[in-house]
Design a protein around this ligand. Sequence first.
Ligand code: NA7
Length: 538
Amino acid sequence: MADGIRDNNTRVDAVVIGAGFGGLYATYRLREQGMKVQAFEAGDGVGGTWYWNRYPGARVDSQSYVYQYWFSDDILNKWNWSERFPSQPEVERYLNFVADECDLRKHYAFETRVTEATYHKETGRWTVVTDKDERYDTQFLVACTGGLSAPSLPDIPGIDDFQGELLHTARWPKEGIDVSDKRVGVIGTGATGIQVIQSLAPLAKHLTVFQRTPTFAIPMRNPEFDDAKRAELKAKYPELKQRVFDTFTGFAFDFQDKDWYSMSDEERREMMEEIWRDGSLSFWVGTCKEVFFDPEVSKQFGEFVAEKIRARVNDPETADKLIPKDHGFGTRRIPLETKYFEAYNRDTVDLVDIRANPIQKITAHGVQTAEGEVPLDTLIFATGFDAGTGAMNRIDIRGRTGELLRDLWERNVRTTMGLQVHGFPNLFTTMAPLAPASAFCNVPTCLQHQVDWISECIRYVREQGKQVIEPTEALEQQWVQHHDELADHTIVMSTASWYVKRNGDGTRRMLSYLGGVNTYRQTCDDIAAKNYEGFAIS
Ligand code: NA7
């Protein structure tokens, strides 16, 4: 071709992007319909998040027995989880196991990034171009690119000058690193930072944590499973696989029935202590719903957690620095931790509050703060992701009018139920904005529901002898409005975090739909049952 891109005569029914939880399942479901599927993955193996995030201490905060696929009894029977909250290698092994059991690898081109996707209204098909300069022609494009997959590196001056080892947690070397004789710095104290800090604290010669915002965190209770426990859990799978789709956040537990204000102080304390002991995210999304709406309730939960932090950190001044002051409990992601707070009791661990003592620049040998240079051999960025839209925005996706999806989302972050975008026919998304999948969900629950919905939708279009499906502008506007109405009166919305995106006009939009996984599922399924009411099918 004149443009140097090879047409390899690959005309397929569907292109799937990504080999994480969503992409593997989409490939499986579409193939099951007899479709010709071509899938792409930037990594050299399957796993998505669990392929890329191989930093020390990487671990899932969802219980293993709900962090799995439900579609195959064979897989459910054969796979044995080793503990309640498995580490990255185990989840990666699980996804490899599923890929092998279902023979999915043969559909993938690994180490291949999709760089462009263009819709042609004359044919109703997409052209997909990869970084291997190959062009594919597909009817459907299913982007399972992940909501937290585009790493974000802060714009700190001097970053290129650093002569030691510089790492982002989401691009960790497969061979690992040895920190035993290293002075290590970690920037970032979100869910990732906490896991990496608690893991490296006992190993590094010295560890300096640069904290901008402290994080409320819950001690993880992570028993190992023996055969008896596994058998007990497996007996519950039929029930669990219904249950997770019926709760607010896709876990097996839900919010308490009782309202906060209907309880006495003693009852509240008792409830908090009891759920705290469970050592799971139920202390966040299994307590009282008011924690998301009522600043006073959020404050009281925050005080309870602050008390727990103070009891574990020897130096009261350090403890105080570790307690969030600028946001309420529950308004940002609550991670689980293991001896995170105790890490600061070590002589070899320093905490730098970079609001009081800002980072000025990175130097050749460390980090220069207002109070002096911290010498470092290894600098780790646990600074998170360009959430929700980042991975899709790195691809040039041109829709029906020629507009780039990136430009649309820069003006206005919008989707129809996180599944399609008006103006981008036959493009389907998982973990995109405006669905619970993008944040407030036990992700595999939401991904499985979204992929099931997408594959049934595609089946319907094909069975009707039609070619193209796209949400109408009216339906999308209705969804955006409904989404905003639910989100705008929560206190999550008034807190700065990766949960909230900014539109071009300066208005803010919640990434995740806050009506609950159960309600969302029902709404999507009702639309499907009404033959995709609100979608234009031609
Ligand atoms: P997060 O939750 O976005 O955390 C990123 C952390 O990095 C957070 O503490 C940030 O501070 C900090 N950060 C970001 N930029 C800077 C700069 N420029 N200087 C100093 N500190 C900075 O990402 P994670 O990877 O921890 O977690 C993402 C999700 O993955 C998590 O919620 C789980 O669902 C899995 P800030 O809070 O912005 O002040």
